[in-house]
Structures are given as C-alpha cells and as structure tokens.
Design a protein around this ligand. Sequence first.
Ligand code: ATP
Length: 282
Amino acid sequence: MWTEKAQAKINLTLDVLHKRPDGYHEVEMVMQTVDLSDHLTFTPSEQGEIVLSCTVPYIPLDNRNLVYQAAQLVKETFGIKEGIRIHIDKRIPVAAGLAGGSSDAAATLRGLNRVWGLGQSLDQLAELGAKIGSDVPFCIYGGTAIARGRGEMISHLPKVAPTWVVLVKPPIAVSTGDVYGRLNVAEIDKHPHTEAMVEALATGDVRQIAAHLGNVLENVTFSMYPEVERLKSQLLKFGAVGALMSGSGPTVFALADKEHRATRIYNALRGFSREVYLCRFY
Ligand code: ATP
C-alpha cells in the first residue's frame, strides 16, 4: 500500500494572450500549490483491473475520472498487467478552480511510478501527464511555477515563503469551458504582469505579491455569478492583503500577512460559506 498527497493549486496570475488556431487559449499563469490536499491510497491487486473508490459520492469512478485515465495511461504505456485499487480521500473542493482532478491525476502518475517501480523522472511523468490535461504537468511538480502554452509548459520558480491563504468556495459549480467560451480576448482591459509577480515572489513580501495578483477570467465569471465578486469583496473587507479568483472560479482566495489575520478572515467567512479553508503556500 502506498499513499500520495495531491495538492490544490491557486493562480496568482492568469493571463490569456490569444486564441490559437487549434481552439485552445494561449495562457501565461503563475501557479502555486497550497497545503490543502486529497490523499490517494494505492493497493496493487492480482486482477488486472483499475478499481476506484472515493469519499465523495457524486464523483464518477469510471474512465470519466482523471485518476482512472492516469492509471490506464500508465498501464498502456508500460505494459503493466497487474491491477490497482485506488482510494481517493477527497478534501479539495470539486469543480472549484483548484485543479483537484488534475492534481489527483498527477498524484496517480507519481504513485504508480513508485508502486510499479517504473523509474520515471518527474519530467517524464509531466510529459505523460500532459496527455491527460493541461494542468497535470504543473501538479506533478507542485511549488511555484509559470505555466505557458495550454498550461502544460512549466518554468519553475524559486520556493516562496509560506504565505497564509484563505480559500472560499461558493456553492456553485463553474464550467471552465463555459468561462473560456465567453471570454473575448480583444476586450481584456487589464492583463496581469507576470514578470512583476515573479519579482514580487522573490521578495517574499505578501503586499508586493498581492499588488500583482490578476486573473483575466474574473470579469467573465463575475458577470455570470455576481456572488463570486461579492465574496472577493468580503475577503478584502475582513483584512485580506489581496484577493483573487482562482482559475475559472468559483473559488476566491485571500492572502494574509500574519496567521492571526488569516484566522480572522477564515472565521469571518465561515458565516457566509460552508466551504472555507485556511492554508499556506506549499
Ligand atoms: P480546474 O482548476 O483544472 O478547472 P477544477 O477544480 O475546476 O479543475 P475538478 O475538481 O478537477 O475541477 O473537477 C471538475 C470535474 O471533473 C468534476 O465535475 C468531476 O466530475 C470531474 N472529475 C474527474 N476526475 C475527478 C477527480 N479525480 N476529482 C474531482 N473531479 C473529477
């Protein structure tokens, strides 16, 4: 039996540069993992099948699940006959903009690499992961990085001081495809400044990091779900140094400079939402 943690990610920046001829958007994002994670347990079995179980009842356990797809890809790529039982202890909110599914897929690649002794490097696993989804390569490594292309091209950044983060997920599900579909790249009025964020991260100063937060998908999601924008305002009102929507939403996060301020925001927001998490950059 082997256990892997699958960390949630937040976007400190999310920029869309243009729409590509292949239909994907060319993005540039500063990504950061936080210490909120799903726990995946791997148990080899004699039967050749992939069998999933999950603590959340409504998540599909067949090949619609990214964990299943990752396990299938590993079995096919390396000609593995053995089966595997994978249990997902889900703690990352689902369809939240926190890459829960992608991170589970990445943890599956890392876990099976270990369980089946495949000897693959993280770079090799990231290349494999890109076949499952654009966010999977970043989730293989975690930490802090710039993601470009469809999100699959990773440039690592130095480790950042463990900044406090409060995550809040309103009780709505947002479709990433829907948000990108409604985005008009020509109408983006303010693009985040990736290089300025990289410099701010190097200082480790929360105020500087907060000053350069930016996500061009915010206005699209805010126009569909005004409550997401209201939640962001609440975070700022209760003392966040900066706040932003992660990915295509609906999760918004706050950065705080001190633990007691983060705890105050966390406690205040629990009055508004059932899904509030206190965590740190990881
Ligand atoms: P992203 O930030 O990459 O857009 P997300 O946080 O918005 O991801 P996920 O939590 O990954 O979204 O889930 C989106 C959908 O994917 C869900 O509706 C769910 O049914 C499906 N899904 C497939 N595999 C998983 C998984 N292992 N965990 C969660 N959802 C999964």
